[in-house]
Ligand binder design. Structure first.
Ligand SMILES: O=C(O)CCC(=O)C(=O)O
Ligand SMILES: [Fe+2]
Length: 265
């Protein structure tokens, strides 16, 4: 089977726009398997916490640091994803964390405009040499609150972030100015598509008021040399133990282990 590979042209686009969308990164069988496991995964379910938005709507998420042999981690460790991170970061990546986002019908909350580096700066990463890799496990549309990105906003550098309810958001005055100049793109995705975006790319999403869930897996990578100077994030300071792209389909894992190092809220 041939799997997608990030090309030089995609890297150039990423450098210019701050993101690239890779259609069909996962084969239909793979995303079907991943989603079926995710929705019945009791460990994910009880390790999840929620984040409220300004209207009190809540998105559930489970976040863990070190990668194991569960199917989600196998995707985050797969050659195609790690190689994508390597090409786009321009060097050897390490894995910071992965999270399973569960934006349920009618209740899934909105996310304020932010840069992921707005958070990670506080976690002790000195450089924005970091990337988010979001794979849609179910279709993402305008109706169910797909991700929105401001094209080219990564070139603005890190923007000041402050608390906005339970979330951390980018300075609104700057966001408003950038909104006048840059294209706002609704990133609609089919299940199995993957979006790579720069850690300084401004993004947000609307609440999911539709009848359809929006689930996604987001893995964050840093350049291995960009180790955090504080905190305890073992996987962010070590090379990734990569697996072949076939590993996901070959795995017998039923879900994530109870003792994975989850973020506990
Ligand atoms: O998937 C979303 O709607 C936004 C999530 C996000 O940006 C984040 O968790 O940093
Ligand atoms: Fe984000």
């Amino acid at each position: 089977m041939n799997y997608k590979k990030i090309s030089k042209a995609e890297k150039e686009l990423f450098d210019k726009d701050g993101y690239i969308l890779v259609k069909g990164m996962l084969k239909p069988d793979e995303v079907k398997k991943l989603y079926a496991i995710a929705v019945q995964d009791q460990v994910i379910s009880h390790k999840s916490y929620d984040r409220g938005d300004a209207n009190g709507l809540r998105t559930k998420l489970a976040l863990w640091y070190s990668l194991g042999d569960d199917v989600y981690s196998l995707l985050a460790r797969s050659k195609r994803i790690v190689n994508g991170a390597r090409v786009l970061l321009g060097g050897e990546p390490a894995h910071f964390h992965s999270k399973l986002m569960q934006k349920e019908p009618k209740v899934g909350g909105a996310w304020e405009w932010h840069q992921d580096y707005g958070y990670w700066y506080r976690d002790g990463f000195l450089y924005p040499q970091m990337i988010s890799v979001l794979t849609a496990l179910s279709p993402a549309t305008k109706e169910n609150g797909c991700l929105q990105v401001l094209k080219g906003s990564h070139l603005a550098g890190r923007i000041e972030h402050g608390f906005s309810g339970e979330q951390v958001g980018a300075n609104q005055e700057r966001v408003d100015e950038l909104l006048k100049q840059l294209a706002l793109v609704f990133v609609e995705m089919e299940a199995g598509d993957t979006l790579f975006f720069h850690s300084n790319t401004l993004h947000r999403s609307d609440a999911n008021l539709s009848d359809h869930p929006r689930w996604s897996l987001i893995s964050a990578y840093n350049l291995l040399t960009n180790k955090p100077y504080k905190g305890n994030y073992p996987s962010a300071t070590a090379p990734i133990n990569c697996v072949n792209d076939q590993a996901l389909l070959e795995s017998n894992s039923e879900g994530i282990e109870e003792d994975a190092n989850f973020l506990v809220k």
